[in-house]
Design a protein around this ligand. Sequence first.
Ligand code: PMP
Length: 282
Amino acid sequence: MIILKNDTFIERKDALIDMEDRGFQFGDGVYEVIRIYNGKFFLLEDHLKRLQYSLNEAQIDVDLAKRGIKEKLIELAEKNSVDDGGLYIQISRGVAPRNHLFPADAEATIFAYPLPLKKPTDQQKNGVKAILDQDIRWLRCDIKSLNLMGNILAKQKAKDSGAYEAILYRDENHVTEGSSTNIFIVKDGKLITHPKNNYILHGITRKYIQFLAEKLEIEFVERVYSVKEVLEADEVFLTSTTSEVTPIVEIDNEKVNDGQPGPITKKLLEQYDQYLHVERLD
Ligand code: PMP
């Protein structure tokens, strides 16, 4: 496997991280997971735009365009002959003697490498189980930060309960998102999902669903919804770069509606592959 480290391509065995890299010690960095279908990046521009946003909000001084990161990622995918899979990229504030304060002169550390991703076909066909769990994360979930402890604890709790995902809520009236996914409910033919603000990651797949909903003339509503609304929804599904659209058919051991993937979820799933060649949505 070939890795991109800073501006050079190296072998996996040489891809070493310094003990005092701030990504390693503080989780002081940001990342993206980008999907590749049929040898082509899906929504690469949207991912790069979000990565630049995360860098800016974290005050990590990297200009992705100036560094030629887009071209480097394309080259990395080619070097590894990625056809159906993805890339992970992370950028930390760099290496410096341990201190919470930003170092004066550290150079950001950039790492990117291929991920072996596959379409989650079985999950999409049968749907998955979810649990409800309190959202204990910080209040800047719009930054795709390396700090994922809250997300990891929630995901493991779901797994330990025999479920695939944890649907997170701040309080009974405010469901936010999944531990690694955005959550949608369907009620009376309308799609409802959390507004784009600091409480959620502004998912690229969420944006793609908005685009598909427009094509299919399905109403797309961005508003806060409650735990009760999730439990009484006609359909519930999750979205992410790796899970695409995946139906949620059971929550806290109660069936969602009749316990089968619903018609709007299925429609979105049917249409999902139509625009996988698209590089940007806005
Ligand atoms: N929310 C969280 C917390 C996530 O980690 C992810 C996936 N990285 C998402 C939502 C979905 O985002 P995307 O569609 O861009 O993969």
